[in-house]
Ligand binder design. Structure first.
Ligand SMILES: C[S@@+](CC[C@H](N)C(=O)[O-])C[C@H]1O[C@@H](n2cnc3c(N)ncnc32)[C@H](O)[C@@H]1O
Length: 325
């Protein structure tokens, strides 16, 4: 079946939608009542239990807040084919566009783009209706390591089942700046909202996996597990297995922000830095993060900024353990 690519000119809408207003949104009363099968039919079965039971283990892992026309979703779909990625967009026509775009991409390339979806919603109001506390997922991985015994005749298969906490990422790319002081309450970054974002994000835990057996280490590296001997809040899953977890790709409990407006960047940095549940990730730690290079270029707003020779102010924050607990 061919579905033509939607044309943006039919989906234009004025730039700002009041996030405080009562729009008519559909949302579940709690995350358990969310029927994800409509958005990710290849991964979920409907809530009525029909369909394959295999399809019930998935969870949304990345959220693009204010996804606009969906450029980041499309880009991440192939970069992270194993992760489910959700765009949240408040404007009706813009979210319609993204949904039609994904439908068209899926039809053009059967089997692809099944891991991305867009939901029309107000992220400033309804995130906890969709995401559980610390959602972002426990995925159960079982992996088998074959090891030769000392007589070299018998192969021992070691089955290691681990609860592997996978990536959890939130993106705020080119958030609406709302320059006027009276409109600052419309900004999508604020102390109250940061508490909500922290609620949905998973903290780095002191999950360690250590072994001196090379195949096991290789397995771990393949799965993205790394040894981490640092403090829990610094613990990150990454590729490779360095002794101290340094120099590895930070992959969990992260919030990526990018804006072309310096004042908004300062606002973002101030609020995240003041918040006890977040800490800034240094540029050095981000050096190997494959996402970073896409943040200023893959979205429609990013492209506009590029065309106009604008700047990118990027900052990434890690969800850390509550210092009170
Ligand atoms: C300047 S655009 C950036 C869009 C996209 N991230 C990009 O880089 O192209 C900001 C987007 O956030 C959306 N937005 C603003 N407030 C929102 C909210 N409370 N919930 C969901 N989306 C929101 C707007 O409708 C708009 O599409």
């Amino acid at each position: 079946m061919s579905v033509s690519m939607p044309q943006k000119r039919y989906y234009r809408q004025r730039a700002h939608s009041n996030p405080m207003a009562d729009h008519t949104f559909q949302y579940p009363v709690c995350p358990e009542e969310m029927d994800w099968s409509k958005l990710y039919p290849e991964y979920f079965r409907p809530l009525d239990g029909s369909g394959s039971p295999e399809k019930q283990k998935a969870q949304v892992e990345f959220a693009d807040i204010g996804c606009g026309y969906g450029g980041l979703l499309v880009q991440l779909s192939k970069l992270f084919p194993e992760q489910l990625i959700l765009g949240l967009e408040i404007r009706v026509k813009v979210s319609d566009y993204v949904q039609d775009r994904i439908r068209s991409l899926r039809a053009a390339e059967p089997g692809s783009y099944q891991n991305i979806a867009c939901l029309r919603s107000n992220a400033m109001k309804y995130l906890p209706n969709f995401f559980t506390k610390g959602q972002l997922p426990y995925l159960k991985y079982t992996f088998i390591v074959a090891r030769l015994t000392s007589d070299y005749n018998t192969v021992i298969f070691i089955v290691i089942t681990t609860l592997l906490i996978l990536l959890s990422k939130m993106f705020f790319l080119f958030p609406d700046p709302h320059f006027k002081k009276t409109k600052h309450k419309w900004r999508i970054i604020s102390p109250t909202l940061l508490a909500e974002y922290a609620y949905t994000l998973r903290v780095g835990t002191d999950c360690t996996f250590s072994s001196n057996v090379e195949p096991e280490l290789e397995c771990c590296a393949l799965l993205g597990v790394s040894k981490c001997l640092e403090r829990p809040e610094k613990c990150m899953w990454g590729f490779g297995h360095g002794e101290d977890g340094r120099g590895q790709r930070p992959v969990m409990g992260l919030v990526y922000t990018n804006t072309d407006v310096e004042e908004v960047h300062d606002w973002i940095v101030k609020h995240f830095s003041d918040h006890p549940l977040f800490s800034r990730v240094s540029d050095e730690e981000l050096a190997d993060d494959i996402i970073i290079s896409h943040l200023g270029t893959c979205t429609e707003e990013g492209k506009k900024v590029q065309r106009n020779g604008g700047k990118n102010f990027l900052a990434v924050f890690r969800r850390v353990e509550d210092p009170q607990t």
